[in-house]
Design a protein around this ligand. Structure first.
Ligand SMILES: Cc1ncc(COP(=O)(O)O)c(C=O)c1O
Length: 485
């Protein structure tokens, strides 16, 4: 079954395709084809979708049919479109592409690409020794079948200890090990949310959380975070929980992705109170809790204020250690953990024992590994902020006190156009709309500071050139949004 996108719908998605930065050099048909490839690249146009008939799109874009015909021809030549006479044309990807961890499509041969679409560090030097030590430990487990739906006890103990050290007494029975934080979220949603259930999320928020919610057919409402200041507006957030009484709320209180905000202690307490009163379960994503920078003190975990098993915390190894480990966890009440484990048996049975042992060894050296990560991240963040101040002084940013990302306010609603143009000069970006629901957030761009300083500086140089190009071709005239009935 193939869904179809109509001319007016594609025109809306394409937005300012004709005013792409630097497109002075390319004819209309090539710009249109590039814009469609851009939509495919950032996931806003799905694969296997039937594109509008040429005449339909030409009318919607108010351009000649010949231009659309030529653009479709180019898309066919680059492997982005398959056509069958009389049946239409479908979006596809060339065989040389793969899915990157962000959900973006990455050409395999693109070694020069600076990937700012992924907000994660490369592995620490301690990883290989930890993997060797884990292999030495493995014989202890080989006598059993190897299925541990809640995780191996050593890792659950280590994770429980880390919560206890943060001031939240936790027993291993309250921990379930998962294959990454994303998996933890998906399992929690399976258990806590029926299709059509209401969920409140921050806007912007982590795109793959939105993907998990869409997969569960959640009815999503948003709480808008300010780019600067405290981020969350306490009255609005608590007010919308009281009014909409969602089944679930998903929040990222520690160095929120993408804004980097840290939720204050009193809001944490009030949030738990409001959630309890409204019958809302709180899913708290603590992915970045280990990464405060500049000695920023951490408020107590949100679950500290929970007296009624309303709060489910999720976290994992990906941000402080390495995403390739695929180790995450859920902290909940012991009965909830049992229910989650029962649910997971129908999904993936259990997480790999060897990877869990690697995690045990890394957590044992946690303080020194994480201390080095923080120093590295603070230096890279400062270099990125400085490069932007030098090369792109019109872009505004609130310097985050932790995490791995800057949420940049651009000097116009150009995020998607910029991402498409940046791709042409070898920089992959995650444009603002990826972090929202409805194609808004075009004035924002997430820039992670997880790559080495030299790469960040090079990327900013390339972005500045693309931005400068845009200025030389004259500011695009932004059309009034048209009403689509
Ligand atoms: C807020 C947030 N949650 C979850 C994840 C996914 O983490 P994992 O790799 O552990 O699945 C990420 C990764 O970027 C994240 O930023």
């Amino acid at each position: 079954m193939t869904s179809q996108v109509r001319g007016v719908q594609l025109a809306r998605l394409l937005g300012q395709w004709h005013a792409l930065p630097g497109r002075r050099r390319s004819p209309d048909y090539a710009a249109l084809a590039a814009a469609v490839r851009g939509l495919l690249a950032d996931g806003r146009l799905p694969l296997g979708v039937r594109l509008p008939a040429e005449r339909d799109l030409a009318e919607a874009l108010r351009i000649s049919r010949t231009t659309v015909t030529a653009a479709y021809r180019e898309l066919r030549e680059t492997g982005h479109l398959a056509s069958r006479r009389g049946a239409g044309s479908w979006t596809m990807l060339p065989g040389t592409h793969r899915v990157a961890s962000t959900g973006l499509w990455t050409p395999l041969d693109d070694r020069d690409m600076i990937d700012l679409g992924v907000a994660a560090l490369s592995a620490p030097p301690q990883l290989v020794p930890a993997a060797r030590a884990a292999a030495e430990d493995l014989p202890r487990y080989l006598g059993g079948a190897g299925y541990h739906p809640t995780g191996i006890i050593e890792l659950r103990e280590a994770v429980a200890r880390a919560y206890t050290d943060r001031g939240l007494p936790t027993s291993p029975e309250q921990i379930m090990v998962t294959s990454g934080t994303q998996h933890a979220l998906d399992l929690v949603l399976r258990l806590a949310l029926s299709p059509g259930g209401g969920v409140l999320v921050e806007s912007p928020t982590y795109p793959n959380a939105l993907a998990a919610l869409s997969a569960r057919r959640a009815r999503i409402t948003t709480h808008g975070l300010a780019a600067d200041g405290d981020g969350w507006d306490a009255d609005l957030l608590l007010g919308s929980i009281r009014q909409t009484r969602p089944k679930l709320a998903y929040v990222i209180p520690e160095f929120h992705n993408p804004t980097g905000h840290l939720m204050a202690t009193d809001l944490r307490e009030r949030l738990v109170g409001a959630a309890h009163a409204a019958g809302t379960d709180l899913v708290v994503d603590e992915s970045f809790v280990d990464l405060p920078l500049d000695g920023t003190p951490l408020p107590p975990p949100v679950a500290t204020f929970d007296r009624h098993s309303r709060v489910i915390s999720i976290g994992g190894m990906s941000k402080p250690y390495w995403g390739g480990l695929r180790i995450g966890w859920v902290r909940a009440s012991a009965p909830q953990v049992q229910r989650l484990a029962a649910a997971r048996v129908g999904v993936d049975m259990a997480s790999p024992v060897l990877d869990q042992l690697v995690a045990v060894h890394l957590l044992a050296q946690g303080p020194s590994i994480v201390a080095a990560r923080r120093i590295q991240l603070a230096a890279q963040r400062d270099a990125l902020v400085k490069a932007m101040a030098d090369r792109l002084p019109d872009w505004r940013v609130t310097v985050p006190r932790g995490g791995v990302t800057l949420w940049v306010e651009l000097d116009g609603p150009i995020s998607s156009a910029l991402a498409r143009a940046a791709e042409e000069v070898g920089v992959r970006l995650a444009p603002g709309p990826r972090f929202g629901l409805d194609g808004t957030l075009e004035r924002f761009l997430r820039l992670p500071f997880t790559l080495p300083t030299a790469d960040l500086e090079e990327a900013v140089g390339r972005l500045a050139a693309v931005r400068y190009d845009l200025d030389r071709t004259g500011r695009p005239q932004w059309r009034e949004p048209s009403v689509i009935a």
